[in-house]
Design a protein around this ligand. Structure first.
Ligand SMILES: *[C@@H]1O[C@H](CO)[C@@H](O)[C@H](O)[C@H]1NC(C)=O
Ligand SMILES: *[C@@H]1O[C@H](CO)[C@@H](O)[C@H](O)[C@H]1NC(C)=O
Ligand SMILES: *[C@@H]1O[C@H](CO)[C@@H](O)[C@H](O)[C@H]1NC(C)=O
Ligand SMILES: *[C@@H]1O[C@H](CO)[C@@H](O)[C@H](O)[C@H]1NC(C)=O
Ligand SMILES: *[C@@H]1O[C@H](CO)[C@@H](O)[C@H](O)[C@H]1NC(C)=O
Length: 301
């Protein structure tokens, strides 16, 4: 029995719409692959050629678990590198260094140097395998030298990559967190050190009442969810993991909210003051410009 004509019309219309949307997306970017699966706030690396393990150097292709995601659903400030590092300081990871001019910048390791081995990752975002952006070390609440102490005596740290490639542009940050032994122990990972590293990051991020950056005084609040199973570590074996240390296969997904922002508040109130009450100087400049324009026009005429 043929379907009633209204259904046929709807199907024909739907067909047209599909053809049109296909044509327009093909026009918009003929080369972009669109396989990456959106998990809400980030794309799953395994859906587009990536993996949840880093690539450690000289380790036969093994890697560390990427076990924390700071979701792209986090507030915009956290999408920027400085915003993400500022949040990191609020959970006591990383440092803030002043140069000889007194200009400050965020850094993950001792005096801004890289003393650990770099690892690489493929987040399935079209950028392929690339080195970590930073390694952020525990700072023991000392934003200047604390990370040097972590490097020497061991503790928590995380390696960082951001998912910003053309095939999966979520702005999410992917972290490989772990707890390591001291430098004299060659920075070996402690037993169960990957899951312990992840759990410590989550514990600090989600403390009741939120966290505060010691540099900007911004306050942050974080909600955490777990992701696991197929598409995550379901078929990763312990022998594929660096140092053969097992994981429970859980990825912690954090959403970071900025709950107060003195930095933005300051610039907004400065701007609105300027709008509300132009200073005498600005008024005088305006008057001078108007007079000059009038004179110039009179000369030209
Ligand atoms: C990645 O880091 C390694 C050191 O671990 C270095 O030898 C290599 O040049 C880096 N690659 C890029 C593209 O920066
Ligand atoms: C990713 O998105 C941001 C805006 O969120 C944009 O500025 C950037 O150009 C995009 N990058 C790519 C590779 O599409
Ligand atoms: C942060 O708060 C402290 C203590 O209240 C204050 O001394 C400092 O100037 C503030 N920093 C910024 C950037 O607002
Ligand atoms: C996530 O998994 C960890 C490790 O098993 C567990 O301790 C925690 O309670 C879980 N969190 C949520 C929100 O389910
Ligand atoms: C991993 O497991 C999924 C199903 O859970 C399967 O589709 C996929 O082929 C497996 N991948 C590998 C590399 O074994």
């Amino acid at each position: 029995m043929p379907p009633p004509s209204s259904t046929r019309r709807r199907r024909a219309l739907l067909g047209l719409v599909l053809v049109a949307s296909h044509a327009s997306s093909a026009l918009a970017s003929p080369l972009a692959k669109r396989d990456a699966v959106d998990e809400g706030g980030y794309y799953n690396p395994t859906s587009n050629g990536g993996r949840w393990l880093t690539y450690a150097a000289n380790s036969g292709g093994t890697g560390e678990p990427i076990n924390v995601v700071v979701s792209g659903d986090s507030d915009e400030v956290v999408h920027t590198a400085d915003g993400f590092y500022d949040w990191s300081l609020s959970i006591n990871f990383g440092s803030y260094l002043l140069d000889s001019q007194g200009v400050g910048s965020y850094a993950g390791e001792c005096l801004g140097q890289t003393d650990g081995e770099r690892q690489a990752a493929n987040l399935g975002d079209g950028l392929g395998i690339r080195n970590q952006t930073e390694l952020y070390r525990e700072n023991f609440q000392d934003v200047t030298y604390g990370v040097c102490k972590e490097s020497a005596q061991g503790g928590y740290h995380y390696r960082i990559w951001q998912q910003v490639g053309p095939e999966a542009n979520s702005s999410a940050w992917f972290l490989a967190a772990s707890e390591e032994e001291s430098l004299s122990q060659n920075h070996m990972i402690v037993p169960n050190g990957y899951d312990l590293g992840r759990d410590e990051v989550v514990r600090r991020a989600t403390v009741a009442g939120g966290t505060t950056s010691p540099i900007t005084n911004r306050t942050y609040e974080v909600t955490a969810q777990n992701a696991s199973g197929p598409g995550y570590f379901a078929n990763v074996t312990t022998s594929e993991i660096n140092h053969g240390i097992a994981t429970d296969g859980i990825v912690a997904v954090l959403t970071v909210r900025v709950t107060s922002d003195p930095v933005t508040a300051k610039s907004i109130s400065a701007a609105s003051r300027a709008l509300a009450a132009p200073s005498a100087l600005v008024l005088a400049q305006g008057t001078a410009l108007a007079l000059f324009t009038t004179l110039a026009l009179a000369l030209l005429a």
